[in-house]
Design a protein around this ligand. Sequence first.
Ligand SMILES: [Zn+2]
Ligand SMILES: [Zn+2]
Ligand SMILES: [Zn+2]
Length: 97
Amino acid sequence: MCFADHDPGQPVMCQCCGKRPANQKHHRWPQRAWVRKLYAREIDDPRNIQFVCAACHVGHHAGSKLERWDEIRFCKELGIEPRSKGGQEQWQRMKSK
Ligand SMILES: [Zn+2]
Ligand SMILES: [Zn+2]
Ligand SMILES: [Zn+2]
């Protein structure tokens, strides 16, 4: 799950429905424990975050505009190289094509 902390100072509207104030952060690439370990500084990068309301965030409802990235997509968007073993192998395979 990627429920983030409530941020009362956040004035933006939900980037999914656009109707309610956003008070949660959706991580495009979910912040699992190993991800946090490998990408401690990058995981909360604004490029990986969508601000959403709680109603939209619950269960990532069907048809929502919440994006789901994998490690490769995440690294491409941030201009970094994968740090997990699997990610590095996939990166090499993509390069050698
Ligand atoms: Zn919403
Ligand atoms: Zn989420
Ligand atoms: Zn929504």
